[in-house]
Design a protein around this ligand. Structure first.
Ligand code: 5GP
Ligand code: ZN
Length: 112
């Protein structure tokens, strides 16, 4: 499958990794929108939040146990923002489920 993030997950495309285990990977975004901008992906290909089911939700739950550990390691004690874009209207550009971790500064106005 021609998926950039699957290729990053299997090492075909290099990335600056922050965390990896058998189920997920975290790596720095190529085009950072904050001093710290890390992407979290499941190694299993899911297009987006729309493909989360009872059967695969454990992959997402696992990512959300890893996020606070990585955030702490990156020194984000003052907080951080997690963003997911799902589909065209949200501006999703890579169709492999991912969560943006943004931090390292006081964030601007809230989106919601
Ligand atoms: P989206 O807009 O789909 O929520 O976010 C996709 C993100 O992936 C963007 O922030 C973009 O900068 C990042 N990105 C796209 N291609 C690559 C790549 O090859 N390597 C890395 N590290 N980030 C990428
Ligand atoms: Zn993929």
């Amino acid at each position: 499958m021609d998926c950039i993030f699957c290729k990053i997950a299997n090492g075909e495309i290099p990335s600056k990794k922050v965390y990896e285990d058998d189920r997920c990977l975290a790596f720095y975004d190529l085009n950072p929108q904050a001093p710290i901008h890390v992407l979290f992906i499941p190694k299993k290909h899911l297009c987006c939040v729309n493909e989360i089911t009872e059967e695969n939700a454990g992959e997402v739950a696992h990512i959300f146990t890893v996020i606070p550990k990585v955030a702490k390691e990156l020194g984000l004690e003052n907080g951080y923002r997690i963003i997911n874009n799902c589909g065209a209207d949200a501006g999703q550009t890579v169709m492999h489920l991912h969560f943006h971790l943004l931090g390292g500064k006081t964030m601007g106005e809230k989106i919601i």
